[in-house]
Design a protein around this ligand. Structure first.
Ligand SMILES: [Zn+2]
Length: 53
C-alpha cells in the first residue's frame, strides 16, 4: 500500500491574498513554500506563500 506522506498545501498570493495554486508537499518537509507565480487576479507575477488551513 502507498504511504500517505504528503499534505495538500495552498499557495496564496501575497498581494491580493487569494489562493491560486494547490500542490502536494512531503509531510516531513520543514520549509515554507515561497514561490513567484502568476496571479490571475493581480494579472502579474507575485510572491505566493503557503497558506494555513
Ligand atoms: Zn494576487
Amino acid at each position: 500500500m502507498a504511504e500517505k506522506k504528503r499534505n495538500l498545501v495552498k499557495l496564496k498570493c501575497e498581494n491580493c491574498k487569494k489562493i491560486n495554486y494547490y500542490l502536494w508537499k512531503k509531510k516531513s518537509a520543514e520549509y515554507k513554500l515561497n514561490l513567484k507565480k502568476y496571479c490571475k487576479y493581480c494579472k502579474k507575477h507575485t510572491v505566493h506563500k503557503e497558506a494555513k488551513k
